[in-house]
Write a protein that binds this ligand. Structure first.
Ligand code: AMP
Length: 404
């Protein structure tokens, strides 16, 4: 069975085509600048030459049409017939309280995703465009949706409720939802497999540290708390997002700087975090280089980032009353040995014994970076959210076929 995985943003669309028999990628690519006359389509068929096209792509429907044309292209294609795509799986950021798992797309599911537009105004409407674009181009192909929030639906009320008037939860579903769920689920499963222990017996803190960053307390295979909240702004300091701040700063700064709601939201989402403190940008590579060259703002940004991450790891060890493993994943987590070392050196109280050599080795695969004697094992595990979406979609289709 071949599954096409789609991650649709408002002006971009990423895709990956999987052959599920081997869980191998047949082709992948992306369309950027949708809505413009100079949209860029990049297509990478496995073991073949990359194709790059610049053309007018005004809508997601056109982006999907052009992608399909390349997948079926006599020279660059990996398929002979469009019917070789058996299903499409979409990443959807917000599933609210309605979805604790993935779902096959039908009218009811679409209605629910629309109802959640308010909670994820930047993401869910774009995902809906992706779903509609697939419907327009491949009307008979079943589609599934896999939610970033679903894995966190196991959180208990003590973790997901905010200590504010209950009416806000009851009337407007204001609560913690958490994000990056497919990534936290994937790396916690992999960690258990690498450690050779049942996931159900483990207390793991998973750290998805990329442009966006979140930590999750995974206890017995279930998310019991996570650092992102009602939106992906809460929690860790990120590339451009503030993470946790005193909420009273918002009205105070609005008053003092005469900011509108839109401006304060943009400040916290786009002009805070590493960017604000380093005054260099949000890229951890640049910040580390500048820090090592003696830049004091870069050092402060790095140290704040590390400190805030370490505090969350400590908090989650307390939340679970123990910690067997810590997992680092995503762009920074997988690649920044300097950050991992700084975090681990300061967790010796918990029994973390970093293997400095294993941590700094230039490797890209899954690995343990602590000594055998370490009470808490620390692992680096490359995340693979697309594979999780493909697997979930595959399973839903198999279940559906069995039922019919
Ligand atoms: P992601 O959102 O998972 O794609 O992560 C993107 C972030 O990973 C970038 O902003 C970089 O800061 C970071 N990153 C990528 N490669 C490295 C590296 N070699 N060292 C440190 N950070 C890196």
């Amino acid at each position: 069975m071949n599954i096409l995985v789609i991650n649709a943003g408002s002006s971009s669309l990423k895709f990956q085509l999987y052959a599920m028999q081997w869980e191998s990628v047949l082709a992948k690519g992306k369309v950027e600048r949708i809505g413009m006359d100079s949209a860029i389509l990049t297509y990478e068929p496995t073991d073949m030459r990359e194709v790059r096209e610049v053309s007018e792509i005004l809508e997601h429907t056109t982006a999907i049409r052009k992608m399909l044309k390349l997948l079926l292209h006599p020279e660059h294609g990996v398929l002979k017939d469009i019917h070789e795509i058996n299903a499409v799986g979409h990443r959807v950021v917000h599933g609210g309280e309605s979805f604790s798992g993935s779902a096959i797309v039908d009218d009811e599911v679409k209605r629910e995703i629309r109802r959640l537009f308010d909670l994820a105004p930047l993401h869910n409407p774009a995902h809906m465009l992706g779903i509609q674009a697939v419907e327009a181009n491949m009307p008979s192909v079943p589609q599934a949706v896999v939610f970033d929030t679903a894995f966190h639906q196991t959180m208990p009320p003590v973790a997901y409720l905010y200590p504010i008037p209950m009416v806000l939860y009851k009337k407007h579903q204001i609560r913690r939802y958490g994000f990056h769920g497919t990534s936290h689920a994937y790396v916690s499963e992999r960690a258990a497999a690498i450690l050779g222990r049942p996931l159900e017996d483990l207390k793991i803190v998973t750290c998805h540290i990329g442009n966006g960053a979140s930590c999750t307390a995974v206890m017995n295979g279930k998310s019991m708390d996570t650092s992102m909240g009602m939106t992906p702004l809460e929690g860790l300091m990120m590339g451009t997002r503030s993470g946790d701040i005193d909420p009273a700063i918002v009205p105070y700064a609005m008053d003092k700087e005469e900011l509108t709601l839109g401006e304060v939201s943009s400040m916290l989402n786009k002009h805070s975090g590493l960017t604000a403190i380093s005054q260099l940008g949000s890229d951890m590579r640049e910040i580390t280089e500048a820090m090592e060259a003696g830049d004091r703002s870069a050092r402060l940004a790095f140290e704040m980032y590390e400190y805030r991450l370490r505090k969350y790891i400590g908090a989650y060890a307390a939340a679970m009353n123990g910690m067997d493993a810590i997992v680092f994943t995503a762009g920074v987590g997988e690649n920044s040995a300097v950050l991992r070392a700084a975090v681990c050196r300061n967790l010796s109280f918990f029994g973390v014994e970093l293997d400095e050599e294993a941590n700094s080795r230039r490797e890209s695969g899954e690995r343990v970076i602590t000594r055998n004697s370490s009470r808490v094992q620390v692992l680096v595990i490359p995340t693979n959210e697309e594979l999780v979406i493909a697997r979930e979609t595959h399973q839903l289709i198999l279940n559906q076929n069995n039922v019919v």
